[in-house]
Design a binder for this molecule. Structure first.
Ligand code: DSN
Length: 410
């Protein structure tokens, strides 16, 4: 069998590998996996159908993939101190579908963070399954502090009387008080679901409180700060919830699990259980704080004044740019990020007033706090003169030099 006869596809893959090596990745939801994780994704396990769960499959020949799935489950439970795990969700949204189907009926009320303030599409966007099948209501951040105000969450819960309260965000840079969410859920006879997609690696590395002791169910992705393959994962400490989650993931929302990806999840979970992963998680937060601090010293406004996690939101509107224009300008100097709404944004999502910057990927390739200062300088210069092509050319060269000094895959 020829491994690489498809020249069109392999040329695009090579170009993408080169792009990742050359640019600095600031998209807060991305990371660079280890070679071992990558190798696991490209194995014969991709050939295997394994509908069902270990020991109860609808196909023969599952004895080896059962071993893989059981190991992945065991490592997920150990890492997050959970009693039960489902490692089959294909993505974070599929994990959220599995959890919501397990906790509520179509039409039930769910209270989640507003998408405009940092929530996720699968937390009730009108065109997403969540907004189509459930009756979503929202809470947001307080206007002045731009932080979650737990009194506001409590009063929204009292008004809405939801079946489920959903905590977790895609663009929120502050710690989330899961114990306070759990208390509000208890007071209102609601269940608590936590989506820790962004911060799962920080929880694993001891840099954010673990929601598992507080929540009825916790969903996550495996490819962001957790640094695994693209995918989702669900953990819980409640056997009844686990049974419902298992049936809502399969056959509820998915067919056959991606066993090659589950193998890669297991490899990544083992890496996250190693003591060095805590050093990584600490460095991710230190770098985000250094980046936010250096940007702020250069006059850029950081939403909520800083960060407790792996990301910061920069309000670019004072420089006269939209988030989309800032994203483009930074792309021209090989700094990849995404435009993002800021709380109480007056622009539509495709323009937005902010950019979201994350440090998970650049920390993986070894950048430190001094590098964050340099990076902040490049960002401030670029956003200050977005049309200055000779400056952009100089910065692109400097970015390439820093990237070359920190190869991802060697
Ligand atoms: N698209 C991801 C993010 O960028 O946050 C969430 O799924």
């Amino acid at each position: 069998m020829s491994a690489h006869s498809d020249s069109e596809i392999w040329a695009a893959v090579a170009a993408e590998t080169e792009r990742q090596e050359r640019q600095l990745e600031l998209i807060a939801s991305e990371n660079h996996t280890s070679q071992e994780v990558m190798d696991a994704v490209g194995t014969t396990l991709t050939n295997k159908y394994a509908e069902g769960y270990p020991g109860r499959r609808y196909y023969g020949g599952c004895e080896h993939v059962d071993v893989v799935e059981n190991i992945a489950r065991g490592r997920a439970k150990e890492l997050f101190n959970a009693k039960y795990a489902n490692v089959q969700p294909h993505s974070g949204t599929q994990a959220n579908m599995g959890a919501l189907m397990a906790l509520c009926q179509p039409g039930d009320r769910v209270l989640a963070m507003s998408l405009d303030h940092g929530g996720h599409l699968s937390h009730g966007h009108e065109k997403n399954f969540s907004g189509v099948f459930y009756d979503f209501h929202s809470y947001g951040v307080e206007r002045e502090s731009e932080r979650l105000d737990m009194d506001q969450v409590a009063s929204r819960a009292k008004e809405v009387q939801p079946r489920v309260i959903l905590a977790g965000a895609s663009a929120y840079s502050r710690s989330i008080d899961f114990a306070a969410f759990a208390e509000i859920a208890r007071e209102n006879d609601a269940l608590l679901m936590v989506d820790m997609a962004h911060i799962a690696g920080l929880v694993a590395g001891g840099q954010h409180d673990n929601p598992v002791p507080h929540a009825d169910v916790v969903t996550m992705t495996t490819h962001k700060t957790l640094r695994g393959p693209r995918g989702g994962l669900i953990v819980t400490r409640d056997l009844e919830v686990l049974k419902r989650v298992n049936s809502s993931v399969f056959p509820g929302g998915q067919g056959g699990p991606l066993m090659h990806v589950i193998a890669a999840k297991a490899v990544a979970l083992r890496e996250a259980l190693a003591p060095q992963f805590a050093d990584y998680a600490r460095a991710v937060v230190r770098n985000a704080q250094a980046l936010a601090g250096s940007l702020s010293e250069r006059g850029l406004r950081i939403v909520s004044g800083g960060t407790d996690n792996h990301l910061c939101l920069v309000d670019v509107s004072p420089s006269g740019l939209s988030g989309a224009q800032a994203e483009d300008a930074l792309h021209r100097v090989d700094l990849t990020c995404n435009k993002n709404l800021i709380p109480y944004d007056e622009r539509p999502p495709m323009e937005a007033s902010g950019v979201r910057l994350g440090t998970a990927a650049i920390t993986t390739r070894g950048l430190d706090e001094d590098d964050m200062n340099t990076l902040a300088g490049w960002i401030a210069e670029t956003l200050g003169s977005p049309e200055d092509e000779s400056m952009q050319q100089r910065i692109r060269g400097e970015v390439a030099e820093m990237a070359r000094a920190h190869p991802i895959y060697g």
